[in-house]
Design a protein around this ligand. Sequence first.
Ligand SMILES: Nc1nc2c(c(=O)[nH]1)N=C([C@H](O)[C@@H](O)CO)CN2
Length: 117
Amino acid sequence: MDKVLIRELKIETVIGVYEWEKVIQQTLLVDLDMAWDNQKPAASDDYQHALCYETVSKRIIALISERPIELIETVAEMIANCVMTEFNVTWLKVKVMKPGAVPMAQAVGVEIERGQA
Ligand SMILES: Nc1nc2c(c(=O)[nH]1)N=C([C@H](O)[C@@H](O)CO)CN2
């Protein structure tokens, strides 16, 4: 299966369940694997046929920064819904990491897969 990938997309946003987290910005790192037929854009060398990782990245940052969110599970689900409906992606894997949330761990996070390949 062909994919378009985004790695360690950095999002600064209000995220967390505790009161002290609702008044600060924290960093999330997002990895995204999106099923996409890359043969068509490659054969034509035509951007119109490509899934633009830059457009997707900017949309995700705008979406997740627009309001406070408590759970990183919610972030993952919002990204999946947005990318599948707005960019016609039929399968994706989303990983959301929250570095620094648990001092003893480098990062903690969640991963979801949605759709059919
Ligand atoms: N499964 C989850 N567990 C926890 C989350 C979360 O979003 N998903 N969030 C927190 C707190 O916000 C934490 O990050 C503060 O350090 C705790 N557990």
